[in-house]
Write a protein that binds this ligand. Structure first.
Ligand SMILES: Cc1cc2nc3c(=O)[nH]c(=O)nc-3n(C[C@H](O)[C@H](O)[C@H](O)COP(=O)(O)O)c2cc1C
Length: 394
């Protein structure tokens, strides 16, 4: 952790990472301790905390902490720290740790817009990224004073998504760097009248997990965000789209320059035929007649309009079994009908998949080839999906 005003948010980041099941050693810079003291970090992490490599020298902390880590997370990363790290300086415990880490390193810069956009910082970020460090773009928003702009540390839950995704991928590398990945997530809300809508049970967790996984692999990620009840991962550009029509319009626009589109959103198949200006009134009748019309099929439209092989198109089929076939048979039919490149088929049910942190799936890879992903976290499943995507990117 560097010495920026956002150091106060790092306490919540620490809590969130611990909640993922990780043991966290806090390594602040000397300046970071001016903002939040060692007592806070030591009490929260349950470990001794120092910025100095001369403390506990018998344990050789300047080498050991980096060597033993599974992941190094720097939040906030100051302009000064980015500069020192890009030059390989090692004048405190954190910069020594960064030089001895064998594991992936994720940095979350936070600083004033002028510092973030300065040519020196741009060059330092580029150097770090070229070296394989994941430097996640900051948010745009309120900064230290009354001013606002790019440079804000993402919220702790947004950072936690990236940390979780990074931990879920063995031998994480920036293998999607330079790629633009579009992910849709969440449900749709088709309006019935000024106060009501038809929605579905999608929480958006699977879409968020895919977006986080793509960020963790260095991709530029745009999320077409439907109706969600979970926070959005750090480093993701967001476009909001609440109806099937809006999702289609966004996806079409983004398809022009995207390398991959992953349609994980649960898009309603139907919408109301007409949208009254007045609220539908309650009557004495025991039934209500609603005329619904078909929505456009977003994925099938993208397939039909695609010129050549880009973008790679990945669909999701959340299916239930019935008298006419198993959930997997229905998903296979859907894969064939839509003509996309990959399909992630997953069984859903009243207590299955929706809103949970876990999922199971069968990847339909084309030519009858399948890959089973038994029940696991949604981020790990996402990393497996992206493994298949990366294999298909030329
Ligand atoms: C109140 C205050 C807030 C600061 N906030 C930031 C910040 O958000 N980002 C940043 O890069 N530097 C910030 N700085 C400047 C850093 O503290 C300074 O560059 C320092 O050398 C960073 O040291 P470190 O990277 O070793 O922690 C701030 C300074 C002060 C006094």
């Amino acid at each position: 952790m560097g010495g920026g005003i956002a150091a106060y948010k790092a306490a919540e980041v620490l809590r969130r990472i611990q909640a993922l099941g990780a043991d966290v050693t806090v390594v602040p810079t000397r300046t970071a301790l001016e903002f939040v003291g060692a007592a806070t970090w030591s009490a929260l992490s349950g470990r001794p905390v120092t910025a100095d490599f001369f403390d506990n020298v018998h344990e050789v902390p300047h080498v050991r902490i980096g060597q033993q880590a599974d992941l190094v997370v720097v939040a906030p990363a100051t302009a000064n720290l980015l500069a020192k790290s890009s030059y390989g300086l090692a004048d405190d415990l954190l910069t020594n740790t960064l030089l001895t880490a064998h594991c992936p390193v994720v940095m979350f810069p936070a600083m004033h817009t002028e510092m973030w956009e300065h040519a020196a910082t741009r060059a330092n970020v580029a150097t770090l990224r070229d070296r394989g460090v994941l430097v996640v773009d900051p948010d745009s928003g309120r900064l230290t004073g009354a001013d606002s702009g790019p440079g804000r540390l993402p919220e702790p839950e947004a950072i936690a998504w990236i940390v979780q995704a990074a931990l879920a991928k063995p031998n994480l590398t920036q293998d999607m760097r330079g790629r633009h990945i579009v992910v849709s997530g969440g449900g749709t809300r088709e309006r019935l009248d000024p106060v009501r809508h038809i929605g579905n049970r999608s929480s958006g967790k699977q879409g968020m997990a895919l977006a986080a996984a793509a960020v963790s692999r260095g991709a530029r990620v745009t999320l077409i965000r439907g109706d969600v009840d979970v926070p959005t991962p750090a480093g993701v550009d967001v476009v909001d789209a609440l109806t099937a029509d809006e999702m289609l319009a966004c996806a079409r626009e983004l398809a022009v320059a995207a390398d991959v589109i992953i349609m994980a959103a649960a898009i309603a198949d139907f919408r109301a035929e007409t949208l009254p200006d007045a609220k539908i009134k309650k009557t004495d009748s025991s039934t209500l007649d609603l005329n619904l019309v078909h929505n456009p099929d977003v994925l099938a439209t993208l397939v039909a309009e695609r010129q050549g092989k880009a973008p790679l198109l990945v669909g999701f089929a959340a299916e239930t079994g019935d008298d006419s076939g198993t959930w997997l048979e229905h998903a296979e039919q859907k894969f064939e009908k839509k003509g996309c490149d990959l399909m992630v088929a997953n069984p859903v049910g009243h207590d299955r998949a929706f809103g949970t942190d876990t999922n199971e799936a069968v990847l339909l890879l084309g030519g009858g080839v399948t890959e089973e992903i038994p029940g696991t976290s949604k981020v790990e499943l996402s990393q497996r999906v992206l493994d298949a995507v990366v294999e298909r990117l030329v």
